[in-house]
Design a protein around this ligand. Structure first.
Ligand code: C2E
Ligand code: MG
Ligand code: MG
Ligand code: MG
Length: 278
């Protein structure tokens, strides 16, 4: 009996594994076709300048309109895109979309407007020079400071020539550099000067813990003071309440984004949000 149930459990396990492997391969195949079949989309979340309450930036966030599963969030497919190398093509496309819109929105606003684009570590790892970002940005980018690239500290941890090369290339095109999820990585602070970082984005875990009276406020305050002493600006992400916004503003935080202002919305809906920050 033991032997029988053991065998049953074994066959159940392999069937499960087979199904998971099959589902994964199917998703990879679908992801391969997502861009040519126009299923990928970029949503935009407003970033508000706290002193004036004005929306002056936006973060580009990738979405996949999957024909069966519906709207899929990046955490469920970015990993696959990285493993398969599809992230290169997808990442270039997101940058192109953002570059075109930053130019359009700046013109409509009658002032500067910046869109920040997330870049995967994998896009910095290839040894081929710059993925042609420089020629591409010279052609399509709207000019100085209209774009920012968000990377995590992990990208800077391996100080390789090809990472440095790509960052320098972006910098030379007038693209600013944001460290995303700041405070959750393991990098030393020395890189902040070395790599000409422009913005630190305080991770949303600190912002959301702010109300509970723990150490999060101390961390946020420390990040803000340090950043300003180094000449960097600070963005807080995941701001959901007016209390969090008010506290951050009083602490001198420069910018904030979060559901309090708006979730990420399709490009067509974004213009309607401008000028309506709470
Ligand atoms: P991230 O860059 O840290 O983006 C912030 C995430 O928090 C977004 O999730 C955003 O929708 C969500 N968020 C914004 N405000 C709030 C809030 O008030 N409360 C809460 N709980 N969440 C909030 P999303 O869009 O699902 O993106 C997840 C991650 O996927 C991003 O984290 C980023 O690392 C990655 N990602 C998104 N788009 C791209 C892309 O084009 N390329 C690459 N390589 N990665 C991307
Ligand atoms: Mg980001
Ligand atoms: Mg983030
Ligand atoms: Mg994050």
């Amino acid at each position: 009996v033991a032997k029988k149930s053991g065998r049953n459990r074994f066959s159940f396990f392999t069937a499960g594994m087979r199904d998971a492997a099959w589902a994964r391969m199917k998703l990879i195949d679908e992801l391969r076709h997502a861009l040519p079949q126009r299923q990928l989309d970029v949503y935009y979340q407003p970033i508000v300048e706290l002193a004036r309450g004005a929306t002056v930036k936006a973060e580009a966030l990738l979405r996949w309109h999957h024909p069966q599963a519906g709207l899929m969030l990046p955490d469920s497919f970015i990993g696959l895109a990285e493993e398969t190398g599809l992230i290169g093509e997808i990442g270039d496309w997101v940058l192109g979309q953002a570059a075109a819109l930053a130019r359009e929105w700046a013109a409509r606003q009658g002032g500067p407007f910046q869109i920040s684009v997330n870049k995967s570590p994998v896009e910095f790892m290839s040894k081929t020079p710059v993925r042609n970002w420089d020629t591409y940005l010279a052609r399509d980018a709207p000019g100085q400071q209209c774009l920012s690239v968000e990377i995590t500290e992990g990208v800077l941890l391996n100080d390789s020539p090809w990472v440095r090369d790509k960052l320098a290339s972006l910098h030379n095109c007038g693209v600013e550099l944001t460290i995303d999820d700041f405070g959750t990585g393991y990098a030393s602070l020395a890189y902040l000067k070395k790599f000409k970082v422009d913005y630190l984005k305080i991770d949303q875990s600190f912002v959301q813990d702010m109300d509970s009276g723990g150490d999060s406020r101390v961390f946020a305050e420390t990040i803000i003071v340090m950043a300003h002493k180094l000449g960097l600006k600070v963005i807080a992400e995941g701001v959901e309440t007016a209390e969090q916004r008010d506290w951050l503003k009083a602490a001198g935080c420069d910018y904030a984004q979060g559901y309090l202002f708006s979730a990420a919305v399709p490009a067509a809906d974004f213009m309607a949000l401008l000028g309506a920050a709470p």
